[in-house]
Design a protein around this ligand. Structure first.
Ligand code: SF4
Length: 384
């Protein structure tokens, strides 16, 4: 993929149950009117196709919620509509997020027939006690069975694990990762557990029901993760993502390289360069409100703003410093119209470089693994 690419994100907002740590736009409903949802997704796609005609699509990502609960016919209809409305890159990546319950694993072949060529599975842990703690509907055995089906069905698959769990030791995490690697393809996403406001975990955490590993223990777990994954030939390419070089998730690279993407579905956001101006789009979050808005007016957008060059530079840094490759001077200038040395606090760059958190050279600015682990703090110093 040359340049940052052009992606299409499709949000399916429904889940079978709400996980206690999750603050995504996901909702539990007894019944979903699939035909109505399919029609609305297609209609909103048409709206954005009219606005971005001629752009070559490099990736499509079905996220959620739980898009493996979509009917394969809906996934097929979305992919067909994208193919009908935009030119497609020959190496088009189409990812679908799936949960490893047996019902959803049984649908993977249907998704492949629909055109999906990459699956990302929410395994989260290979320890049954931790899966229970995380409120997941599957156990280790079901997870490994589903990963096996994904491996047999798709050339490209990934799965997620969550670490820095209460009581987790470096030794146990290393053992769990080693086991994960026996089943992994070329890509793994390894997230540190964070406590998000408004979740059940936030309430439990505040009342002291359990504790997370402290900062030092978290840093040790992060470092062990870097080491194990690098030794396994899948180095860290983004804060939480590890892949063999060339096997990175192209869709997510588009976000992190600050490329354009269309966001379709409730709560989806987008970044679109239209007539040289970068537009940020935000969709209505509540599923039924979004659905009715699309049926009434062809899109479910709540807000659209034009980003000024300064905001574009800041967003590029926020996204690009998540990546090991960082942000080049050339890219920064193209996005913001200014030299990076004028836009960031160079005294802070010097201090951060001295402390081993960033690297600055003729190419650009990069956060080191230690800097990526504390990226919010690093960014606050760089751009205030
Ligand atoms: S399945 Fe995923 S999106 Fe749904 S509640 Fe759980 S973590 Fe959130």
């Amino acid at each position: 993929m040359d340049g940052p690419g052009f992606g299409i994100y499709v949000h399916w907002p429904f889940c079978l149950a709400k996980c206690p740590y999750c603050d995504f736009n996901s909702h539990v409903r007894e019944r979903v009117e699939h035909a109505r949802w399919r029609a609305a997704l297609l209609r909103e796609l048409d709206h954005y196709a009219d606005r971005t005609a001629g752009r070559t699509v490099t990736s499509v990502f079905f996220g959620g919620g739980t898009p493996s609960l979509m009917e394969p016919a809906t996934v097929a209809a979305v992919i067909d509509r994208i193919a009908a409305r935009w030119p497609l890159d020959p190496a088009l990546e189409i990812t679908l997020e799936a949960n490893p319950t047996s019902v959803e694993a049984g649908r993977l072949a249907g998704f492949r027939t629909a055109g999906v060529n990459r699956v990302s599975m929410g395994v989260q842990s290979l320890r049954d006690a931790d899966l229970k703690f995380l409120g997941r509907a599957h156990d280790r055995e079901a997870a490994l069975a589903a990963v096996g089906i994904a491996a047999r069905t798709f050339d490209r698959y990934s799965f997620d694990l969550i670490y820095t769990r209460p009581g987790q030791t470096v030794a146990d995490w290393r053992a769990e990762l080693a086991e994960a690697l026996e089943h992994a393809g070329e890509h793994l996403s390894l997230y540190q557990l964070t406590i998000e406001d408004g979740t059940r975990f936030a309430t439990e955490f505040r009342r002291g029901a359990w504790h997370l590993p402290d900062d030092d223990a978290s840093a040790d777990l992060y470092e062990a993760t870097q080491e194990v994954m690098a030794a396994a030939g899948r180095p860290n390419y983004e804060i939480s993502n590890y892949a063999r070089p060339g096997a990175e998730c192209r869709h997510n690279l588009t976000y992190w390289r600050y490329g354009d993407y269309v966001g379709v579905g409730p709560g989806a956001h987008g970044r679109l360069t239209l007539g040289g101006a970068k537009h940020a789009t935000y969709a209505l979050k509540a599923p039924e409100v979004w659905l009715e808005a699309v049926e009434r007016g062809g899109h479910g957008r709540k807000e659209e703003t034009v980003l000024d060059p300064e905001q574009r530079g800041e967003e590029l840094l926020m996204m690009g410093l998540r990546l090991a490759e960082g942000v080049t001077h050339e890219r920064f200038r193209a996005e913001s119209g200014r030299d990076m040395a004028e836009a960031v606090d160079m005294a802070a760059v010097a201090r951060l470089a001295e402390a081993g958190f960033v690297e600055w050279d003729g190419q650009g600015l990069r956060a080191t693994p230690a800097g990526r682990q504390r990226l919010n703090g690093v960014l606050a110093l760089l751009v205030g």
